[in-house]
Write a protein that binds this ligand. Structure first.
Ligand SMILES: [Zn+2]
Length: 284
C-alpha cells in the first residue's frame, strides 16, 4: 500500500554566485553577486532514501575544472564539500548507502554532479534525456560532464505511460515504492527534462527542475529578472516547448494551489520557504 514519505528534506546541494545581482535576482547592485541554489529533495521512506537531483558532487569540489572554465567563470559555483548531498545526508544522521534511487530532472552539470557519490543507486530519468546527454549535439556538449557518469550508473529509463496527472503526462518510476512519486515530463530546457511529483499527506509537491528559473514565472503577469531570462533562453534546447510549459505550470499553480505546490531548482527565495534555522537541510 502506498503511504506518505516520512519526511521530505529540502537541500541546497550547490550555491552559485554569478555577478549582477540586480539582473539575476531582481534586487541588489549591478556588480553585486547573486545567490542561486541547487534545490534537491531527499525523501525518507520505509528503509530507503530517494534523492531528487544531486547538485554538485565531491568530485566537483576536488576537481572544479571538470565543470569547464566558462561555467566556472560566469556561474561561479562555490563547490563546498559540506553542501554536497552525500555530506548533508551524513549530517542528518542518515546513511548515504540507503539512497536506493535517484530521480534526475535532467543531466546538466549542476544537477548530475553528485551521481558518482551514490554508485549503487538506480538513476531514473527519461529515455530522451539519457540519449541527449550521452550523444550530445555539438551545441549541447558544454552542459553535460561525462565524468558525472563515467562510473557507470545503473540507469533506469522511463517513458510516459499514458497516465495523466492534472492534465500532464506522467510515469510512475518506482512501482514498488511506498511513496507516491511520478515523473512529469517538462521538456524545453533540455530535450528530456522532467518534473518530479511527490505526494505527502493530501498534497503534491512538484519539483520543476529548470522548467522555470524564478518564482515570478508562476505569477500573473509572469516576471523573471532580465539576466536570468537571458540565461534561460541561452540554455534552452526547445524554445516552444519551454514556453508552453511555463504557461501550463502557471495554470497548474493557479487552478490547483490547494493541491499542488511548485518548486524549481535555482530560486533561493523558494528554498528559503523551507528553511529551518539551525539545520543543513529542512524537513517538511
Ligand atoms: Zn540547472
Amino acid at each position: 500500500m502506498e503511504t506518505s514519505p516520512r519526511a521530505i528534506h529540502h537541500l541546497n546541494c550547490g550555491t552559485m554566485c554569478p555577478r549582477g545581482a540586480r539582473m539575476i535576482a531582481g534586487q541588489g547592485g549591478l556588480l553585486e553577486t547573486a545567490r542561486l541554489v541547487c534545490h534537491c529533495l531527499l525523501i525518507e521512506g520505509a528503509g530507503e532514501l530517494v534523492l531528487v537531483d544531486t547538485g554538485f558532487g565531491l568530485d566537483d569540489t576536488r576537481k572544479p575544472r571538470q565543470l569547464g572554465r566558462p561555467f566556472n567563470a560566469i556561474v561561479r559555483p562555490q563547490l563546498d564539500a559540506a553542501e554536497t548531498a552525500i555530506s548533508q545526508i551524513r549530517a542528518l544522521g542518515l546513511d548515504p548507502g540507503d539512497v536506493r534511487h535517484i530521480l534526475v530532472t535532467h543531466l546538466d552539470l549542476d544537477h548530475a554532479g553528485g551521481l558518482p557519490d551514490f554508485p549503487r543507486a538506480e538513476v531514473h530519468l527519461l529515455e530522451r534525456e539519457l540519449a541527449a546527454a550521452t550523444k550530445p549535439r555539438w551545441r549541447e556538449r558544454p552542459r553535460y560532464v561525462v565524468a558525472h557518469w563515467s562510473h557507470g550508473p545503473r540507469w533506469v529509463q522511463h517513458e510516459p505511460s499514458g497516465e495523466q496527472w492534472f492534465g500532464f503526462d506522467s510515469v510512475r518510476p518506482l512501482p514498488g515504492s511506498d511513496a507516491e512519486i511520478l515523473l512529469v515530463p517538462l521538456p524545453g530546457h533540455t530535450f528530456g527534462h522532467t518534473g518530479v511529483a511527490v505526494k505527502r499527506d493530501d498534497r503534491w509537491l512538484l519539483h520543476c527542475g529548470d522548467a522555470y528559473f524564478h518564482h515570478g514565472c508562476l505569477h500573473t503577469p509572469p516576471y523573471c529578472p532580465p539576466g536570468l531570462r537571458l540565461f534561460e533562453a541561452f540554455d534552452e534546447a526547445d524554445r516552444a516547448a519551454r514556453l508552453r510549459n511555463h504557461e501550463r505550470l502557471r495554470e497548474l499553480a493557479h487552478a490547483h494551489s490547494d493541491e499542488v505546490e511548485l518548486i524549481c531548482s535555482h530560486d533561493a527565495a523558494t528554498l528559503a520557504r523551507y528553511a529551518r534555522p539551525a539545520g543543513v537541510g529542512s524537513a517538511a
